[in-house]
Design a protein around this ligand. Sequence first.
Ligand code: HEC
Length: 270
Amino acid sequence: MKIGSVLLAAIATLVIAGAAHASGQDLFEQHCAVCHQMNGEGVPGAYPPLADSVGAYVRIPAGRAYLVHVVSFGMTGAIAAHAQSYDGLMQPWTQFSDAEVAEILNYVLTGFNRKLLPRGFKPYTAAEVAKLRSHRESFEQVHRERAHLLSALDGLGMPLSPETAITAGNLACDSSTSGLARDLIARTRVFGALDTLDNLKKGGRIGNAKALLATALSIKPIISVIDGVVEQYGKQRTRSKALTFLVEQVASIAWGDPSCRDVIKLRRKA
Ligand code: HEC
């Protein structure tokens, strides 16, 4: 064989290898853009947007799995995205290799979803895709998976689009934090039992005779802070009764709130 034909064969192999390894962008433009559009914006009411949308999904592992599943196994059933509803069919793309699915998704994510990607986002690898699509799912299973994913993200307070991300950011700085503070103030109660009336007597809050009598009877006043003012809330004979009373007050207020179970346990022990 002459050197020229060897070179020609080498170039031909290179060209074939090049064609076999299309980039994520090429694959997207050839196969997906017809519906989801070149810029990933979709067609309102017909084909859902992928831009500024699916990037929010990969913040949790379930979302990484879902994206591989929807592309590999397809999906049908009503969905909503960017306040539009869709009820079409996303076909399964079984012809793509693991590496190709990884590249298409990486293109969709880094090309159209930069603002939503989690910090330290790791692109898909062929190995991850292979693992995630080793068990085939039906269209309906993928549809349910999407619903679970969205409610999980919602539960974590993770916004699904950059606009809501900005609104949520503003909210976190003003109304929601001050709302939270107001809510906490409204729900905060402070109780105390005084061991001695000496300080009240010194402060002129009670007269000498009353203080003397109280001490003799071992009366422990219970105080509470109501709207920032210290008020007498009750009185108990003996220190241990005063403490039990305090625990009961806290428990009765906390009753019904599961996060307060420890207080209630404390009450049972007391
Ligand atoms: C023939 C039109 C069509 C083509 C081509 C198509 N899709 Fe879809 N795709 C849809 C429809 C319709 C849905 C919504 C299905 C539903 O309503 O349940 C969808 C849903 C999706 C979703 C889920 C979006 C979400 O918010 O959960 C992703 C991701 C997706 N497609 C990616 C792709 C990729 C990647 C390609 C190319 C490999 C592609 N699609 C090709 C029509 C298409």
